[in-house]
Ligand binder design. Structure first.
Ligand SMILES: *Cc1c(COP(=O)(O)O)cnc(C)c1O
Length: 364
């Protein structure tokens, strides 16, 4: 059978290996498996979310509130924007899908960092757009600007902090860059890990309200999957000028967020204490990774997120070590598909991290 030819050279996105598959393939008991591969919050989610979601389980028979008023109000209040500036997706992944379909088609160009979130390229290929990448591993906005002038892309992706490397740009640098970009180029700022970055260094904080008021061509993306600990609920959002949001709405399927997810995200926004505690513990534990890397003489990229990227240099092959870890029930992210001899490890709980250090020491 012939399929859409745009799909021909797409490599299916490989999410972090599910615990369920490790149980099946290696016969390891679920309680002995540690997953540090998808940057989930190792402390779970706010207990308030669990009670709120439990309380509304009987509403399951009805379609969700498609106006999403409760969550929109909560997000608007949080960022100081209007509800007309908000679009909610099944993960911010879905918002990325909407915006690429809304702005690009075959022949369009989409500019992104050399190494960055893999879904940008996959959605770009859906519509037959050409992907242009910078050269440096970290975001270098001078390189972005040179390529912008040369290639005139329809969309520019800035992922800050970046996944899978963890580095982040200063807000000032981003502002200076945006001033030079014409208003018909859509600039996407993916802040999936922004809550972490702001805690580590306030210079990374973008004031989203000012950003989208000053630049009508910018969309800011956030998610509940990382700091808020709701990866399983699939909720993300885009904040932008209402003219952009109105276009994205044309692509949104009805009821794209479940009743339980809407409730979970609304309540999660109200428990900032939980998020703060998770982030504080995250950076405490991250220090252990930095010390570990020093002891083992491997490189670690300075991270503004809830994961670390360990560059193994000539110490070990990242595919070999990822597989050795997997057989012991430890799931990490091999970055060989990004042409890096590195692994990305979500910073886990104290106990999970200790287990990681113990295992890796054996394999290095
Ligand atoms: C995790 C992540 C997302 C989106 O996650 P969702 O679960 O779809 O909300 C978006 N961008 C980056 C860079 C991420 O790491």
């Amino acid at each position: 059978m012939k399929f859409n030819k745009n799909l021909q050279n797409i490599k299916t996105y490989e999410a972090g290996k599910p615990i369920e598959l490790v149980v099946k393939e290696y016969g390891i008991e679920p309680k002995n498996i540690i997953k540090l591969a998808s940057n989930e919050n190792p402390y779970g989610c706010s207990p308030r979310v669990i009670s709120a979601v439990s309380a509304i389980l009987p509403k399951m028979a009805l379609y969700p509130d498609d106006s999403m008023i409760k969550l929109k109000n909560a997000l608007s209040a949080r960022y100081g924007v209007q509800n007309s500036n908000v679009i909610i997706g099944s993960g911010s992944d879905q918002v990325i899908e909407f915006l690429i379909h809304a702005k690009a088609d075959s022949g369009s160009k989409i500019l992104m960092n050399s190494i960055t979130f893999a879904m940008y390229e996959i959605y770009a290929k859906h519509v037959g757009a050409e992907v242009i990448r910078t050269a440096s591993q970290e975001h270098n906005l001078d390189e972005f600007y040179e390529l912008y002038k040369k290639e005139k892309p329809e969309i520019i992706f800035i992922c800050t902090p970046n996944n899978p490397t963890g580095d982040a740009l200063d807000a000032d640098e981003i502002y200076d860059f945006l001033k030079k970009i014409d208003s018909d180029t859509l600039v996407v700022i993916d802040g999936a890990y922004m809550e972490y970055a702001i805690h580590k260094d306030p210079k990374k904080e973008l004031v989203v309200k000012e950003l989208i008021e000053e630049f009508e061509n910018v969309i800011y993306l956030g998610t509940f999957s990382k700091a808020y600990g709701l990866g399983g609920m699939r909720v993300g959002y885009g904040l932008a000028d209402s003219k952009i949001v109105d276009e994205l709405y044309k692509l949104r399927p009805p009821f794209n967020i479940t009743t339980l997810s809407l409730e979970a995200a609304s309540v999660a926004l109200g428990d900032e204490e939980f998020v703060k505690k998770s982030i504080t513990l995250n950076f405490e534990q991250m220090k252990r990774y930095e010390e570990f890397a020093k002891e083992q003489k491997i490189d670690i990229i300075n991270s503004y997120t809830n994961f670390v990227t360990l560059c193994l240099n000539s110490k070990q092959d990242s595919t070999v070590i990822s597989n050795q870890l997997l057989k012991k029930g430890m799931i990490v992210r091999n970055l060989s598909s990004y042409e890096m001899n590195a692994i990305r490890v979500t910073v886990g709980t104290d106990e999970q991290n200790s287990r990681f250090f113990k295992l890796v020491t054996q394999f290095l």
